[in-house]
Design a protein around this ligand. Structure first.
Ligand code: 0RA
Length: 668
């Protein structure tokens, strides 16, 4: 919501009719532009764009909360997949704008505003990634109704595809204040019109942590229990803000030396900064960063400032306190050594953010570097002085990480130079049953759990383009392992060599990068049993790809095979079933109105229960199988998913495939 137009609202002098007409035409043209090219305004017209509509409306309420006038926001997903967003703010002004003769409310709802304009005094900094405003939501909704409570009255206006159906009118009285927006996305624009509860909940949870003190309620009315209450609902509220966010992100990891997250904040200066961080006992770096409540997945200058402060302060502390031992003169630290096992959230507010990078989620404003590094350096220094026991453990961990990195580097060197003592002569792994075709676009590699299922897959496959690599036992958990262990692990080495991935050192940054030029397969299909072990192994393999070969996921090369859960049989008639509903239908069908007891239902738990022909026809034949493509929608989400799974609890792991991972279903 921009305030520039609101400021011009005066009591209610009627403007000339001609002005009124002119403003209306401008509004209509703007909304028409949005409907002509919706993707330009909201990103796309699929799932993301659809959910973007909610973010746009909620952001306006968040702005009102940040201004200090609102502490409750309720989002409702209605039975018809329409959305209601209600807040207890001051209510959008409804007076008549002197210039246009139109009510401020109607202007806000119908006039397109270029970019997210800014009130420089208050940090009105949300407005969504595209900052397009609620008028876009209006243009892309078949029906929208806004209800405002302020000045003792209840106002309303309705629109269809952005066009007002009547002037703002008073429909009652109320002592409350607030704004309620109800909209139904236009199904002639969006390819998807079903909102995903988990997507909405994830974003609202994040907003609650980033903006402490706001109650954000979510109700999904599409499914009710016997008492008529929503099956799915949430109440997101954080008193502790980023400190609680970091604890939430790290809930399955054990913190180092039992430390509590550090918190640093500076509301002074041009760029308000908030940072919370904690070290855990594991090996990965998990930094989430936000600019104006928007997740900057690609990082940028604020993350750069954070990292440089961490390295500088920790190194100085270690040196000043003689914690590095005698050898240390020889160890050359790398920035990443200081961030192993570090989980942190950085949130900055920038008045005119410059977004760069492939997905426009990388902050470019240079002033953010020193703003963040200044705050982090100051507080971290003090914290280390005050927590010598924890500080010692952090330094020890840094040392260990540096040593593991140096050991790993010498393994890389051998891989790159192709020395014979590494990876059985650099040939393909002995366990790989390769395909005869060599065009990577046509070739598929099945990663199969267990030697026995691997054998069945070898018999069942089409050897022209399908290769099989059986994986034995448990893959190393890369989340917990030290870096050099990853490259020494037999199963992992087999995967690397079979895929034909090479590692290269980037001359500029010194970081190790993957080269996919020699990638041998463009479909890498994980095929595991439909039981808990299978799901664990699948998760480990996915974690390996996510942490160490993310480019494969980004390129859409990773898939998950879908073996059937049941075989329903009567005499010679057979039906494979993937869901309970399928199974029930198949039993009915084969019983043919007769007794269902005569129908035999076999539950497949392991791939080994199928013979080669069955495995081919249900799971491997491109004409009949279903594959799920793995797409990591959001690195932060994915990281949380993986870390949850990598905890010691079995139950959350099992839920992984069904619930948390972001897959697009594709039939290939
Ligand atoms: C500008 C001025 C005022 C309220 C708002 C914007 C406002 C906008 C939205 C959008 C959703 N919820 C909102 N709540 C408030 C108030 C000006 C005043 O009362 O002095």
């Amino acid at each position: 919501m921009t305030t520039d137009l609101i400021e011009e609202v005066v009591a209610a002098p009627k403007a000339s009719r001609s002005d009124y007409g002119a403003e209306n035409i401008t509004a209509l043209e703007g909304l028409e532009a949005v409907r002509m090219r919706p993707s330009m305004y909201i990103g796309d017209v699929g799932m993301r764009g659809l959910h973007h509509l909610i973010w746009e409306v909620v952001d306006n309420s968040i702005d009102e909360a940040l201004a200090g006038y609102c502490d409750q926001i309720t989002v409702t997903i209605n039975t018809d997949n329409s959305i209601t967003v209600q807040d207890n703010g001051r209510g959008i002004p409804t007076g008549i704008n002197s210039k246009s003769g139109i009510s401020a409310l109607q202007m806000a709802m119908t006039m397109l505003h270029a970019g997210g304009k800014f009130d420089k005094d208050t940090y009105k900094v949300s407005g969504g990634l595209h900052g397009v405003g609620v008028s876009c939501v209006n243009a892309l909704s078949t029906d929208l109704r806004v209800e405002v409570r302020r000045e003792g009255k209840v106002f309303e206006q309705e629109y269809k595809i952005g066009v007002p159906q009547y002037d703002v009118r008073i429909i009652g009285e109320s002592d409350d204040t607030g704004t309620q927006t109800h909209f139904k996305p236009d199904d002639s624009i969006f390819t998807e019109i079903t909102f995903k509860y988990d997507t909405v909940a994830g974003r609202l949870r994040e907003l609650a942590y980033l903006n402490k003190g706001i109650h954000i309620f979510l109700n999904d009315l599409r499914e009710l229990d016997e008492a008529g209450q929503p099956v799915r609902h949430d109440d997101f509220f954080s008193e502790g803000g980023l400190v609680e966010f970091v604890k939430y992100l790290d809930q399955t990891r054990e913190s180092l030396a039992g430390m509590e997250p550090m918190y640093m904040e500076s509301e002074k200066g041009v760029i308000p900064v908030q940072v919370a961080m904690v070290y855990n006992k594991e090996g990965s770096e998990n930094i989430s960063s936000y600019v104006n409540n928007i997740n900057t997945h690609e990082g940028g200058t604020h993350v750069q400032g954070f990292r440089s402060a961490i390295s500088r302060v920790l190194k100085k502390y270690a040196e000043d306190n003689n914690l590095l031992g005698k050898k240390v003169g020889k160890i050359e630290f790398s920035g990443e050594d200081f961030r192993k096992g570090l989980t942190g959230v950085i949130s900055v507010k920038v008045q005119e953010p410059q977004f760069e990078g492939q997905t426009k989620t990388k902050l470019g404003n240079q002033e953010a570097v020193s703003a963040v590094s200044g705050v982090v350096a100051e507080i971290l220094k003090t914290w280390l002085e005050e927590h010598p026991k924890e500080a010692k453990q952090i330094v020890d961990k840094v040392l260990l990480s540096a040593q593991a990195r140096i050991a790993a580097a010498s393994i890389y060197e051998k891989m790159i130079s192709g020395r014979k003592d590494f990876m059985s002569g650099m040939g393909l792994p002995g366990k790989l049953a390769d395909c005869s075709d060599t065009d990577p676009e046509k070739c598929e590699l099945y990663l199969v759990e267990g030697d026995s299922a691997g054998g069945t897959a070898k018999q069942g496959r089409n050897r022209a383009f399908q290769a099989i690599l059986p994986l034995r036992g448990k893959i190393l958990n890369v989340e917990k392992a030290l870096e050099h262990k990853i490259y020494e692990n037999e199963e992992i080495k087999n995967i690397w060599t079979a895929l034909g991935i090479r590692l290269e050192k980037n001359k500029e940054t010194g970081e190790t990068e993957m080269n996919l030029d020699k990638l041998r397969y463009h479909k890498i299909i994980i095929m595991t049993d439909a039981d808990v072990d299978g799901s664990h192994i699948r998760t480990l393999i996915l974690t390996l790809f996510y942490r160490n070969m993310k480019a494969l996921i980004d390129n859409g090369y990773i898939y998950i095979a879908q073996p059937p859960f049941y075989l329903v049989k009567k005499g010679k008639e057979e039906r494979y079933c993937w869901t309970e509903a399928d199974r029930e239908a198949a039993v009915k069908e084969l019983a043919g109105g007769g007794r269902e007891e005569n129908v035999h239902v076999q539950r497949y738990k392991g791939l080994g229960e199928m013979n080669a022909e069955q495995l081919w026809s249900t799971t491997m034949d491109p004409d009949r199988r279903t594959l799920k493509q793995v797409t990591v929608e959001s690195a932060a989400d994915a990281d949380h998913v993986f870390s949850t799974l990598m905890g010691d609890e079995v139950a959350p792991r099992r839920e992984f495939i069904e619930k948390n991972a972001k897959y697009a279903r594709v039939d290939v």
